[in-house]
Write a protein that binds this ligand. Structure first.
Ligand SMILES: NC(=O)c1ccc[n+]([C@@H]2O[C@H](COP(=O)([O-])OP(=O)(O)OC[C@H]3O[C@@H](n4cnc5c(N)ncnc54)[C@H](OP(=O)(O)O)[C@@H]3O)[C@@H](O)[C@H]2O)c1
Length: 233
């Protein structure tokens, strides 16, 4: 197999486990993230040797994304799968949400995905590849303190579905995965035993592998996924 994947925000959480799943089925994987330190930790954790490449990229910079894509293509020739996963959460009542928090959320969760898609589109077109975005159930369920995050994820679901309609005729598959609570480092959390009821990040890795396994004629375009037994309120 000579399949190549690029995962934004692959240094921890969901992105890291999607990387592990794709490596386990023989993909070469490039993961990105802002922090060199986190990327180094991910590299040690995955111990995948030359099948893994790490590039420090902030998805808020189109030029940096384009450079990362050029570097992957120069090393490995092409890109088959892009997982636009990098994301952040700022949660506060609208009365308290700052301009910086709003801009950060939209710039990373929405514009960052747009930049990722624009930077990888010609590679995906050449390989008849697969684009997966990691949205959220917050892209369909709104909640108090969620204005910025809801806006970014509702936007991302709409963006991805519209892109799917444009790109399927070019042979590019597009899926948005909308998880509920996943046990990760999201929003400064640290995963613990108390998170056992949540979706585990490797379950999203399994979902990505399953999507790649679907017959070419079939496209699950929008997937809601939630914990099967959340604590009862
Ligand atoms: N955890 C949940 O319950 C949950 C539920 C639904 C959806 N999601 C979505 O899942 C995605 C992954 O989140 P996670 O839960 O895995 O969180 P996480 O453990 O905090 O991981 C986030 C990843 O994104 C990277 N990242 C953040 N900002 C970035 C930027 N500007 N440029 C490049 N990389 C950036 C982080 O690396 P650096 O910090 O080094 O940049 C890290 O690798 C997000 O889009 C999130 O909205 C999470």
């Amino acid at each position: 197999m000579n399949k190549i994947a690029l995962i934004t925000g692959g240094s921890k959480g969901i992105g890291l486990e999607v990387a592990r799943s794709l490596l386990s089925i023989g993909y070469k994987v490039c993961i990105t993230g802002r922090s060199q330190e986190s990327l180094k930790r991910a590299e040690d954790n995955l111990s995948a040797g030359s099948a893994l490449k790490t590039v420090a990229v902030d998805v808020r910079s189109y030029d940096d994304m384009a450079d990362a894509v050029a570097s992957v293509e120069s090393d490995w020739g092409h890109i088959d799968v892009v997982v636009a996963n990098a994301g952040v959460g700022h949660f506060a009542p609208i009365q308290e949400l700052s301009i910086d928090q709003w801009n950060d959320t939209i710039d990373i969760n929405l514009t960052g995905v747009f930049y990722t898609v624009k930077a990888t589109l010609s590679s995906l077109s050449n390989s008849q590849g697969y684009l997966i975005t990691i949205a959220s159930l917050a892209g369909t369920n709104f909640f108090a303190r969620g204005t910025a995050y809801n806006a970014s994820k509702f936007g991302l679901v709409g963006f991805t579905q519209a892109a799917m309609l444009d790109l399927r005729h070019e042979g590019i598959k597009v899926t948005t995965i909308m998880p509920g609570s996943v046990s990760t480092y999201f929003n400064g959390r640290v995963p613990s035993d108390a998170d056992a009821w949540k979706i585990q990040p490797e379950d999203i890795g399994q979902m990505v592998v399953d999507l790649l396994d679907m017959p070419p004629r079939t496209l699950p375009s929008k997937i809601e996924v939630r914990p099967s037994q959340p604590p009862q309120k």
